[in-house]
Design a protein around this ligand. Structure first.
Ligand SMILES: O=C(CO)COP(=O)(O)O
Length: 247
């Protein structure tokens, strides 16, 4: 089965009203690749209008698992639906480590995103210490299982996984394509133990210092179905080259 490539740009807490407009207008969509941009919530409306007109998909960087009510500072899934958001990044390592998002919270969010018919981009990944201890796959597969146990294998087929080794995020030190492929394959093999159909269908993106200079090699790996790009997605020329290399 050939899985469609996905290139997603996670803009994190960057940009201004002016710069996000400039950025989204400069990104080239591509019929062969799903191109996704994830602006900050406050720029979602502006970016969504421009993105959808140019055939780009829009993701939120986070969402509440609650529908509405007294949850100060939170944003709900129905609110995202008002802006034609199609994807939601869930469980990014920055949310896990800085905002105490546990596996249980991440699982509830993925469950809620799937229930709304949106696509969760579920982030998993090990710290440097965990890699050095040889627990990389145990950590990643544990993070996968926490979600699988809540949503079930059939619904998991609609999840996009992003393998983002914490030590590679924002450090300029990407995993090598061999290191990434090994983990992607390990995750896919693990999912196959529960459902071979889900293992075949689930797109597994790599994230962590992806740039135009290393994307083609990463995308050439059989289990790497695209990228979740941070810093390099803020530079339109760089991001366009990454999209181009995913064709
Ligand atoms: O965290 C990331 C994407 O979600 C990766 O960030 P960088 O590409 O800046 O390393």
């Amino acid at each position: 089965m050939t899985r469609r490539k996905i290139v997603a740009g996670n803009w994190k807490m960057n940009g201004s009203k002016e710069s996000v407009v400039e950025l989204v207008k400069s990104i080239q969509s591509n019929d062969a690749v799903d191109v996704v941009v994830a602006p900050s919530f406050v720029y979602l409306a502006t970016v969504a209008d421009l993105a959808l007109a140019s055939n780009l998909k829009v993701a939120a960087q986070n969402v509440s698992d609650q529908k509405q009510g007294a949850f100060t500072g939170e944003v709900s899934i129905p609110m995202l639906e008002d802006f034609s958001v199609s994807h939601v990044i869930v469980g990014h390592s920055e949310r896990r480590s800085l905002y105490a998002e546990t596996d249980a919270i991440v699982a509830d969010k993925v469950d809620a995103v799937l229930a709304a018919g949106l696509t969760p981009i579920l982030c998993v990944g090990e710290t440097l210490e965990q890699r050095e201890n040889g627990t990389t796959l145990a950590i990643c597969n544990g993070q996968i299982d926490a979600v699988m146990n809540v949503v079930g294998a059939e619904r998991f087929e609609s999840v996009v996984v992003a393998y983002e080794p914490v030590w590679a995020i924002g450090t300029g030190k990407s995993a090598t394509s061999e290191q990434a492929q090994e983990v992607h394959k390990g995750i896919r093999t693990h999912i196959a133990k529960t459902s071979s159909k889900a293992a075949e269908k689930v797109a597994i993106l790599y994230g962590g210092s992806v740039k135009a200079s290393n994307s083609a090699e990463l995308f050439a790996q059989p289990d790497i179905d695209g990228a979740l790009v941070g810093g390099a997605s803020l530079d339109a020329a760089e991001f366009n080259s990454i999209i181009e290399s995913a064709k």
